[in-house]
Design a protein around this ligand. Sequence first.
Ligand code: UDP
Length: 329
Amino acid sequence: MAILVCGGAGYIGSHTVRQLLEAGEEVVIADNLSTGHRAALSPAVKFYECDIRDKDVLKKIFAENKIEAVFHFAAYIEAGESVIKPLKYFNNNVYGMQVLLEAMTECGVDKIIFSSSAAVYGEPERIPIDEGDKTFPTNPYGETKLIMETIMRWVGAAHGVRYVSLRYFNASGAIEDGSIGEDHHPETHLIPLILQVPLGKRDHITIFGTDYPTPDGTCIRDYIHVVDLASAHLCALNYLRGGGESNHFNLGSGSGFSVKQIIDAAQKVTGQKIKTELGDRRAGDPARLVASGDKARKILAWAPRFDDVEKIIATAWNWHRTHPKGYDD
Ligand code: UDP
């Protein structure tokens, strides 16, 4: 039986597909290529260029392939944009999940592994954040992820679909061979933006806020390597195959790094001075987001490999310097 990967042409989806193939799994990808890249697709994989809001196409995929489980990466991800265009996010993310679950339940597919986000927590009650902590999103993006989790919970109770929801902290890095990596348009994430400076694509990086209640005044985040995020999906699949009940897990390293620390690390990795400018806070940014990843380690037997932020940045640098225009190179 095969795994259907919705959003398999995207950043985290494409890294997960690589690992599924390495593990000998059969993979089918559905992606509308709105933000994903055809060049990120593994040639060995059956690909449907389609939108998950199209139930007829999803049912066709389920009819043409024996699908054991769905990995769902197909969603919009920009917190800032979601504040300006909330309906875009509710439509693709929430309605997309509804249609996907309708098709799954109508076709008897009963396992789903879902890309959730640290954004479901909003401003955290305490650090490190535990899965049982209060969820109170501070932007529509995080709200959609929380609603998507809620939909899965109720659909699971009614129709027996089991799910694992993986709440990612800051996905970063690229596969070590540099063959796939991060390529967003526009790019909004810190590490790829910093690396645009030594690539000559940008003059400086603006630090969004230097008056946070943190040791150096800049925001602290938990940067987790995309290869480690991908491996958690395979652990989650094994967990559901072993009869595990529906559950949600933080995927983070447990260590926090400030924006300034990340810039310093990037200077070390690239060997170049990175020009910075001090800017205002970005709306909706919590001062500190660091996960406790203990639950995933314990229950999913997840064993992340990257525990060093310079090593993470080095893999990102390897991808960006060999693909300065992303997949257009
Ligand atoms: N950030 C920054 N300058 C930038 C982009 C991001 O200072 O040009 C900061 C941002 O405010 C946050 C951290 O870097 O504190 C990580 O931001 P990113 O967008 O990568 O991920 P997020 O934490 O929002 O998911």
